[in-house]
Design a binder for this molecule. Sequence first.
Ligand code: 16G
Ligand code: ZN
Length: 531
Amino acid sequence: SVNVENLSALSAKHPKPANTFTYGTAGFRMKADLLDSVIFRTGILAALRSKKLDGKVIGCMITASHNPAADNGVKLVDPMGEMLEGSWEAHATALSNAQSDEQLVDYIHSMVSSLKIDLTKPANVIIGRDTRPSGVALVNAFVDGLKVLDAKSTDYGILTTPQLHYITRCLNTAGTPEAYGEPSAEGYYKKLAAAFKTLVDGKTKLSPLILDCANGVGAPKFQEFLPYLGDSLSVKIVNDDIDNASKLNLNSGADYVKTGQRAPVGHKMTPQDRCASFDGDADRIVYYYQDEDGTFKLLDGDKIAGLAAMFIIDLVKAAGIDSIKVGVVQTAYANGASTQYLRNTLNVPVSCVPTGVKHLHHEALKYDVGVYFEANGHGTVVFSPSALKTIYSAEGSSPAQAVAIRSLRALSEVINQTVGDAFSDLLLVETILTQKQWTPKVWDQAYTDLPNRLVKVVVQDRSIFKTVDAERKLVEPAGLQDAIDAIVLKFRDGRSFVRPSGTEDVVRVYAEAATRSETDELAHRIGGLVF
Ligand code: 16G
Ligand code: ZN
């Protein structure tokens, strides 16, 4: 059983405030000064998780992604680099809310017995953090939690979230046929750069990409990455001031650009520019450019999914292995025009799942090659073991087929298959644009987004909103969905849904319709129903 004296001594350093905590879609996330006890206890949970999995390495990322500098958060990563198993989220929540050391010990013991955890097993945990000033102290709190159960830890210092996922998977697969790469940031750079160079070899280089790093961890890490890419890619980094913490995500970054449908500060855009923005922990990316008439044009996660699906379908055909079936996974936020394009132009199956990476990732694993993206720019492509086997064993019966097979192999290496990764998605997009010699404007011509609007509504109790059908329909409060349907019917190409946020105390209303003004009116009227 747990050494209670040891626990009490450590726990005394991390007293719990009166707040109630929830491990949600994004882990624990809030003002950094509330997190000390939560993160200490998450350390205990990580040790238990590793022991439960026979000492496999568990990852811990300290970040609050696109949130303001004063926030922070923690997320645990399972051995293959995926999000913490869903059923353990409730244990995280319960531990974080225990009111006393006694309750804490009781809960640990109840987990040990119900989950059959052998406490004598070793525990191994690795830790990464973004550039937030609060990160260092929170890592220390987490390590104290690990000490409660004598877990071994390695602190990798500052990393992007996807790098931490990558390293976790590398460590757990080392020496097996599924070996994923060298478990270090350097190993990650080498793997991605080598694959990218193969993909753009012999092609005319594109003009420099203007890359907004949101003054976050993506800036120093992409800078570190550049030498590995050599002259295969040219990038101009903007918004890379990580020394002024208050600038993190301020008027910049993927979330700012996507939500506001506007350019970030830090660069004066011209119609010649191809631009991209990372979010604060570099697991999201969106692209954009400016039309000749000065209009801002966004190429979001849906556009990236369409581009990637189109490219992979063509490659699979060119390789002569079209037994491999490609599918795309979206959420309700995907623009209706993107879903139409995927289904009707690319003829690719599309599934819709609830918001949150774990839902998308899980569904994507059902396809041979599953492309998944949230409209906000988080996404990746996953290759099933059988698809990888086909790709690696195919030889091709013509030089053209051999080239396509080589590209598919490199593509599976350039893509971070553990989680959405802004670096890796950037290389994926740059690969396709380079191979096709496309400007962002040509890419954008695949389809025209329907005008859309996302509004937040502050309500008294968001828990009364219950959704079904991948969050596209409300079943509670009773009657509300009928009222929504009646309004939507009156709008050309109208679509709207209402869902409670998983990360903020608000209800979100999404609306799209044929024109900007109809969209705004639809959003306004549905918002009025909810309020
Ligand atoms: C979290 C999710 C993100 C999702 C967002 C929705 C992960 C790692 N992140 O940040 O994918 O888009 O929540 O937030 O799953 P909402 O529920 O507040 O709309
Ligand atoms: Zn993020």
